[in-house]
Design a protein around this ligand. Structure first.
Ligand code: G3H
Length: 192
């Protein structure tokens, strides 16, 4: 049966300094994950033909670098746009925009960053991509935490207002196999 493999990008330089957004390179640990990725999923993919989708940001492209599959970049898979908060740490956001910080905590799904996006906006922009995922055979998607939360919630039937709070670990591949009435899930941990 057809499956979808999902992974966040490897750890980036921004992850290390606690900054959100941006277009940073992978850290050394993130590059180690990229190196390990082909082996991590080799068995689960077997001889199936897959297509690899990334965002247009460096950290997802670098994560997919060593995977020997045809690749496609989607702007629609880019990380949730944090607008004026792009490049800040959560502490800096709380200091500069205390009301926004609280508003986001109260309703994370609907909160839209000034000049940026909400989770609801991301779900809307993902609609054509998810339709394309439904139409295709086997796909691996290397993207960002907020985007994976929305894709995962769609396939696993998680209520969308809960999805912004789900923890999607780094350096882990989530394999989803849609069945008639539910979706099977398997996880592969790189342990780095
Ligand atoms: O770097 C940002 C995360 O991927 C999204 O985090 O929506 O929980 O703030 P957040």
């Amino acid at each position: 049966p057809r499956s979808i493999w999902l992974s966040r990008h490897g750890e980036s330089e921004f992850n290390l300094s606690g900054r959100i957004g941006g277009d940073a390179d992978l850290s050394a640990r993130g590059r180690a994950y990229a190196q390990k990725l082909p082996e991590l999923i080799r068995e689960s993919i077997g001889d199936r033909k897959i297509t690899l989708w990334t965002s247009t940001l460096k950290r997802t492209i670098q994560t997919a670098e060593h995977l020997p599959y045809p690749k496609l970049q989607w702007k629609g898979l880019d990380e949730l746009d944090a607008g004026v908060c792009d490049g800040l740490t959560y502490k800096e956001i709380e200091e500069k925009y205390p009301e926004d910080f609280k508003a986001r905590d109260d309703d994370k799904y609907n909160y839209r960053y000034r000049g940026g996006e909400s989770y609801r906006d991301v779900v809307t922009r993902l609609e054509p991509i998810i339709m394309e995922m439904e139409r295709n055979e086997n796909i691996m998607v290397v993207t960002h935490q907020a985007v994976i939360r929305c894709i995962y919630a769609y396939f696993m039937n998680v209520p969308q207002d809960r999805s912004p709070w789900m923890e999607i670990p780094l350096h882990t591949v989530i394999k989803l196999t849609p069945k008639a009435y539910h979706t099977e899930e398997e996880r592969f941990f790189a342990n780095i």
